[in-house]
Design a protein around this ligand. Structure first.
Ligand SMILES: Cc1ncc(COP(=O)(O)O)c(C=O)c1O
Length: 410
């Protein structure tokens, strides 16, 4: 953990550290895992840090952007626009226009209204835009940490409406329907449940093909691959996945209708989550009614998810370490953030080696949905800075404006 402490001492806290060497290793494991069955699509929303995107870009099939700003981030990172997909349930007219003008490879259409809007914009621009239709399945197996489908949802065309809606979308002028997209659940640690979900996708893709008569060029499988967040949780046994998933893909592609199909595995957290830490420094300490309270310079403003506020039903302590005192005698602590609200709690009754003022604490599994998924403006505390470790070296990766703001308070 020496590089983490060095990072905190060099760049200040709160600080996000992303180990790009680890990210590249995970990307290469994933790229090799299923033979040539899948290209990898990285969902920028998981972590849009520009340095991280630039490092990932060369090893990916596509970036999936979910706003026009993310489309631009993808292109800025060096990705050709035709290797960018643009998903998201509320694309404004100007965003669709911007994406079409930028030349995004595939617009992921989430509703009939959106298809109609995209069609008239493409017509106005005199272009034919490739689209994928996102589908909201009826079923999601158990064991997924978060569900984005299998219920009433803003994401995609409901499976039971495909026969009615897909021909309408296929026939809209200036849209070129080239495939289908499903992302119905995420953060799953059970290989069998992921495979069961892929079998559901395969059946839906077959049905969508039959309804439209379109030979898909692209099918997107929202992976749902999870990562452990809590101490004691086991990592997803990714090595068990090919034996379960390869037969499903081979069976799907074994037919004339799918002989031009390229499949993409879309994901974010599995690639980058375990390669990131949030570092925070203890600012103040007190003994309050029998509880040792330590107040840190990061709270839910810096890491909403670690504070249990991003979809967790029960708040549980994430994996903390005291980097300044790794092996001392332990105590039990309430760790809070700097915000003026009692819900700003990083950890409750957590056992750590003695925690004192100025100690640096790390929160693991913070590489995805950390910095960008937190309400950083609340109470206007200094924003976290971001650094990367690349070839073993620490490097500032804070976008320029945020860097100037962070330097003002160092
Ligand atoms: C369309 C889409 N793709 C990919 C992802 C990435 O999910 P994860 O980071 O859990 O892999 C999400 C997450 O919300 C998503 O909505």
């Amino acid at each position: 953990m020496a590089p983490l402490l060095e990072a905190a001492n060099t760049f200040g806290t709160p600080l996000y550290v992303y180990n790009l060497d680890m990210v590249q290793k995970r990307l290469s494991i994933l790229s090799d895992l299923f033979g040539n069955r899948f290209g990898i699509s990285y969902a920028i929303k998981a972590n849009p840090n520009p340095t991280l995107l630039a490092a990932l870009q060369a090893g990916l099939s596509t970036f999936d952007a979910s706003s026009f700003a993310e489309v631009i981030a993808a292109i800025d990172a060096g990705m050709p626009a035709k290797q960018v997909t643009f998903s998201g349930p509320a694309k404004r007219e100007a965003e669709i226009k911007g994406a079409i003008v930028a030349g995004v490879g595939e617009l992921v259409v989430e509703s009939l209204t959106e298809a109609k809007r995209a069609s008239s914009i493409a017509k106005e621009r005199g272009v034919n835009q490739n689209i994928l239709v996102r589908i909201n399945p009826l079923k999601l197996p158990r064991k997924f940490g978060a569900s984005m489908g299998a219920t009433a949802s803003q994401f995609g065309i409901d499976e039971e409406d495909l026969a009615r809606d897909l021909p309408i979308i296929r026939d809209y002028p200036n849209l070129n329907l080239i495939g289908f997209h499903i992302y119905s659940g995420t953060n799953c640690l059970v290989p069998e449940a992921i495979a069961e979900n892929f079998a559901i996708f395969a059946d839906i893709f077959r049905a969508a093909q039959e309804i439209t008569g379109v030979k898909p060029k692209r099918l997107v499988f929202g992976s749902g691959f999870g990562i452990p967040y809590l101490p004691g949780e086991d990592a997803l046994d990714h090595a068990a996945l090919p034996a379960l998933i390869n037969p499903i893909i081979d069976d799907l592609l074994d037919g004339e209708a799918f002989n031009e199909t390229k499949c993409n595995l879309e994901l974010g957290r599995w690639l980058v989550g375990p390669a990131g830490w949030l570092l925070t420094r203890v600012i103040s300490e007190k003994h309050s009614r029998g509880v040792e309270v330590r107040t840190c310079d990061a709270g839910f403003n810096a890491h909403l998810a670690a504070c249990g506020m991003m979809g967790s039903v029960i708040r549980r302590n994430w994996d903390f370490e005291n980097l300044s005192n790794a092996k001392g005698q332990t105590g039990r602590y309430m760790l809070t953030g700097p915000l003026c609200t009692s819900i700003d709690r990083l950890a409750m009754d957590i056992e750590l080696p003695k925690v004192s003022i100025a100690d640096v604490l790390s929160i693991a599994s913070s590489g995805a949905y950390g910095y960008s998924a937190s309400p950083r403006g609340f109470i206007s505390h200094p924003e976290p800075r971001e650094v990367v470790i690349e070839n073993g070296q620490l490097r500032d990766a804070t976008p320029p404006l945020a860097r100037i703001a962070a330097e003002l308070v160092l």
